[in-house]
Design a protein around this ligand. Structure first.
Ligand code: ZN
Ligand code: ZN
Length: 99
């Protein structure tokens, strides 16, 4: 884990962060600016930082059998808790089975 500091005034003491999905919105209490940084990756369940970020396509089923990917969602997978899912999926590939 690395300390963060304000890109504007370089303080690292008056920062507050609020998680917003895949990013943390950090606010500097000294100069008042806010910025986004990727959420510090860690497992919500076991607290491990041994995690990988997986892009997960959000599939929308339209009429019939056609599927279209409407967005990508970044999901944090834990190498401990999600070991089975990770081995099913394989590194760096989209899931073989969608839906
Ligand atoms: Zn600042
Ligand atoms: Zn975990």
């Amino acid at each position: 884990m690395s300390l963060i500091e304000c890109p504007n005034c370089a303080t690292d003491e008056q920062l507050s962060g609020e998680r917003e999905g895949a990013v943390i919105v950090v606010a500097c209490g000294r100069c008042g600016i806010t910025w986004e940084r990727p959420a510090a990756p860690h497992c919500d369940r076991c607290g491990s930082t041994d995690v990988v970020a997986y892009p997960v396509p959000l599939i929308e089923r339209s009429r019939g059998t056609q599927q279209s990917i409407t967005a990508m969602h970044i999901e944090t997978m834990c190498r401990v808790c999600d070991a089975q899912r990770l081995s099913d999926r394989g590194e760096g590939h989209l899931p073989a089975r969608l839906g």
